[in-house]
Write a protein of this length. Structure first.
Ligand code: HEM
Length: 125
């Protein structure tokens, strides 16, 4: 398993995902089984999380996360979010999926809700 926050793909990626390196604050993202179980939905799911945020109770590997809300990652361009989310899927998720700037833009403009996103999650990972 690679490090949680290597200095790639841009300086902003590790800074933005840093809360996820402390598992008490946010769920770990380096869970290949989770990303692979999402399959074709993985780009939609992660695009939704970074543009819509997440504040629903989530249980990840036996730990319940609901104390801290993940806010949408404001002030970050579609290109940056595509690079960061693609890095999460490829490096931390060992997934074949990637995210394009157009997918981020489409999700920003969509009416997808946090409940819609939560419904996509595989519950066992
Ligand atoms: C671009 C950077 C980020 C990415 C790609 C990202 C990704 C994610 C993903 C995929 C989830 C859902 C995990 C799952 O379904 O198991 C999540 C949840 C969460 N994230 Fe992030 N995140 C980022 C930045 C941040 C930042 C900056 C913070 C804190 C300031 C944060 C705090 C959280 C918290 C607290 C949750 C759990 C929310 C809940 O329990 O409903 N994240 N994040």
């Amino acid at each position: 398993m690679r490090a949680c926050c290597p200095a790639r793909p841009s300086q902003r990626g590790p800074a933005l995902t840093a809360p996820h390196c402390s598992r008490r604050i946010a769920p770990p993202l380096n869970r290949p089984g989770f990303w692979q179980a999402l399959g074709d939905q993985a780009p939609t799911y992660i695009s939704g999380i970074v543009t819509k945020g997440m504040a629903k109770p989530l249980t990840v590997q036996g730990t319940r996360y609901m104390g801290l809300v993940m806010v949408p990652v404001a002030g970050t361009t579609d290109e940056e979010l595509a690079a960061i989310t693609s890095w999460v899927l490829a490096d931390l998720g060992q997934s074949a999926q990637s995210v394009t700037p157009d997918q981020i833009a489409a999700m920003r403009a969509s009416t997808t809700t946090q409940n819609d996103l939560k419904a996509m999650r595989p519950t066992e990972e």
